[in-house]
Write a protein that binds this ligand. Structure first.
Ligand SMILES: [Zn+2]
Length: 249
């Protein structure tokens, strides 16, 4: 094999490694962001529940005050009832008391309903607070982990980059340009092995004469179908590997 082809294969492997590191470096902050978003949603749910609780408590205080007022009124009316002599007036007063008692009963029922609602919402607030605390802990833990992971990946990437610069230096500029062009178009897969005359990049047969030239190892060849830069490692290795994968499957 041409030394520059072998070096290009090394560069291709290295570029794949760098791309994996970059993907991870790109993904990790997004993962944290999603977790933070989840936490924010829980917190705004809690705020809404707390507001709801406050409203219910206000309604309850108002209903209780109304009950008290009506109770006061009923007492007053009963006192006045004792002083009334005329039958018609007496009956009218009794009717008024009855009406106020109805209203008081209705308000008391409302107070009970509000108390039940308050109890239910207080319970759900407690659960939500617990959940937020758990999520907050999980987030902080993941944040620390991610920070350490990112630092390590950056260090690794710097090392790979140094290696990459070194590998690129030894390659002809025209070949590098061709490599990069194909790499962009083939989503990072600029180089492909040929096995039994088939390009493993696109799974198509290369031309028989091309295969013979490739085996000679005297020039850089590209697949006629997918344009990937081709290399050949010898059929023995490939057959063994295939035999193994066939056995395994
Ligand atoms: Zn191909």
């Amino acid at each position: 094999m041409l030394p520059e082809l072998s070096q290009l294969i090394d560069l291709h492997e290295l570029d794949k490694e760098i791309s994996e590191v970059d993907q991870l470096l790109n993904h990790l902050p997004k993962e944290l962001e999603a977790l933070a978003q989840q936490l924010e949603t829980l917190k705004s749910n809690l705020a809404a529940r707390l507001q709801e609780l406050e409203d219910l408590q206000k309604q309850r205080r108002e209903a209780e005050a109304e009950v008290e007022d009506l109770e006061e009124g009923i007492k007053e009316s009963r006192k006045r009832l004792l002083t009334i002599k005329k039958d018609l007036e007496y009956k009218a007063m009794l009717k008024e008391i009855g009406f106020k008692e109805d209203q008081r009963d209705q308000r008391e029922t409302k107070v009970l309903e509000l108390m039940e609602a308050i109890e239910a919402i207080t319970g759900s607030i407690g659960e939500l607070e617990q959940e937020i605390e758990t999520e907050q802990h999980a987030f902080s833990r993941r944040e620390t982990e991610v920070a350490a992971q990112v630092a390590k990946l950056r260090e690794e990437r710097a090392k790979l980059e140094t290696k990459r610069v070194g590998l690129r230096k030894g390659l002809p500029a025209a070949l590098l340009k061709r490599y990069e062009f194909i790499n962009q178009r083939r989503n990072g897969g600029a180089v492909a092995e040929v096995r039994h005359g088939v390009c493993t990049g696109c799974h198509m047969n290369i031309l028989p004469q091309q295969f013979i030239d490739l085996q000679k190892g005297e020039e850089i060849l590209q697949c006629p179908h997918c344009q990937r830069i081709l290399y050949w490692l010898g059929e023995e290795g490939a057959e063994e590997e295939e035999g193994l994968s066939r056995q395994a499957s």
